[in-house]
Design a protein around this ligand. Sequence first.
Ligand code: SF4
Length: 291
Amino acid sequence: MIEDMDSPAAAAHVRFVPPRQAEQAAARRRRTGGETRLATTRRARRIQRELARSYPYAVAELDFDDAWQLLVATVLSAQTTDVRVNSVTPGLFAAYPGPWELAEAPAEDVEERVRSLGFYRSKARSIQGLATRIVDEYDGRVPGTLAELVTLPGVGRKTANVVLGNAFGVPGITVDTHFGRLARRFGWTDQEDPVKVETDVAALFPPAVWTELSHELIYHGRRMCHARKPACGVCPVADLCPSYGTGPTDPLAARKLLAYELAPGREELLAGFLAGRTRRELRADGHTLGA
Ligand code: SF4
């Protein structure tokens, strides 16, 4: 609980670690030096459990109804935000519901529909190329294996894992910029290369939690553990994180850094998520889901 805040807690469901406790844990870790493999695994799993408690509503933030829509949305999300992608995909899928329609669509119209995402010519080319391959080689159905997915135009390992984990229920670790940064801050890896990060993290967790873990780290990275100024002072894993102190440790200063539904003043949105309402329902109620 964030007990000493000036308003009803922005994140009352989030475990609040008093700064003294977090500092003592950080000092103990510095004193004892390196961790055993077993200790790292235990700490990693505790972090995951705490993040699961903090973000019980964590799911893919791209809106989709099926594997095809998720594949297209993920390809479109390169170099832009999920919120922006969610603003263009309803129109795109209404005009071209499946791969057959998109493959046949006039290129200029597809470009126009994705223009606001940036790199719109190459993104339009990618998704039409994707549609053509899926029609020609897979009879219009998105293939369900990593080996097949990564051969599709514009689809790398990250996109393939997103689709496998969220549309096919195949466990996958999605190493985007947030996941990589947090895995390094937690001391789970010292690698920069996403495939090596994936391998290191996969060794710490059973496959059953890989997809969920990906959402939890990405949520935490977007809302609290920012690249420049992480909100360490209100972080639910402050006493488990070797990087505690990278950002402000004062709870009041840290709270101002929270984003999305945890940002001060957005308690209603947070309550909606905690009550199990979907992003589409919350958007229909007038909530803005961006930071
Ligand atoms: S760096 Fe700070 S905000 Fe990020 S996980 Fe560690 S304690 Fe939390």
